[in-house]
Design a protein around this ligand. Structure first.
Ligand code: NAD
Length: 228
């Protein structure tokens, strides 16, 4: 039986693949206020702008490549039963070879019915157009969880964290609720690592092993240690 190793990742792990985080740029995401592009209200007000914003993000994601940190996590599967819970909407973990990835906030390579969030479809290429409809006849939107929306995967993710035997947090400011609470589900006797060049404040979690490095530097070293 392999040990259960759970990794919670955030935007920081994809930063070195060229995908910007937004906490590092004053709360803006690629120059946009998130209230204008990543909320249900923004979609109500100006769906074409929201669609265009995510088309640009999708184009960037498709042009980006996984980095050494994504590959290091994929390698852990040789020794551990690995689950990656990611806040990211990119598909870089999968492209690096990780086989068990839970996307808390959806994935940008799929579209979603604006009537029924459970109806999702793969997107061919980078562009999702206004006028493209789901089978219920409603406009397709990006399959991502916007600020203010429910996070349907939060309960399965909490259960996964509660079963961790080793836990790694990488590249998240822990500023986005409810993902920020997941670390509190990890049992207290489990080794817990955090890799981030700017370690965020983590409350109520003693004995965190802090690796104050960029993901591509800190994770390969940590993975080598864990593979011994
Ligand atoms: P965040 O932007 O709030 O915080 C980024 C964290 O990554 C910070 O703690 C920062 O110090 C750290 N970081 C920066 N460069 C790093 C590096 N090279 N290596 C390791 N860590 C690094 O990110 P978040 O906590 O994930 O919250 C942002 C939200 O925005 C998420 O919900 C996510 O869905 C969304 N988002 C996703 C992407 C993506 O899919 N790639 C990109 C931007 C934002």
């Amino acid at each position: 039986m392999k040990q259960k190793l759970v990794v919670l990742t955030g935007a920081g792990i994809s930063a070195e693949s060229g995908l910007k985080t937004f906490r590092d740029s004053d709360g803006l995401w690629e120059g946009y206020d998130i209230n204008d592009v990543a909320t249900p209200e923004a979609w109500e007000r100006n769906p074409a702008l929201v669609q265009e914003f995510y088309n640009m993000r999708r184009k960037q994601v498709l042009e980006a490549e996984p980095n050494a940190a994504h590959y290091a996590l994929a390698k852990l599967e040789e020794k551990y039963d690995v689950t990656i819970v990611t806040q990211n909407i990119d598909d870089l973990h999968e492209r690096a070879g990780s086989t068990n990835v839970v996307h808390l906030h959806g994935i940008i390579t799929r579209s979603q019915s604006s009537k029924n969030p459970r109806l999702t479809y793969p997107i061919k290429g980078w562009e999702l157009r206004m006028g493209e409809l789901c089978r219920l006849g409603s406009q397709l939107r990006p399959h991502v969880v916007w600020f203010g929306e429910m996070v349907p995967m939060i309960e399965p993710a909490a259960k996964i964290c509660s079963q961790a035997e080793v836990f790694i947090l990488v590249g998240s400011s822990l500023a986005v609720y409810p993902a920020s609470g997941l670390i509190n589900y990890v049992p207290g006797n489990v080794p817990r690592y955090i890799v981030d060049p700017k370690i965020p404040a983590v409350y109520g979690v003693p004995d965190l092993i802090k690796i104050e490095e960029k993901a591509t530097i800190g994770l390969p070293v940590l993975v080598d240690e864990l593979m011994k």
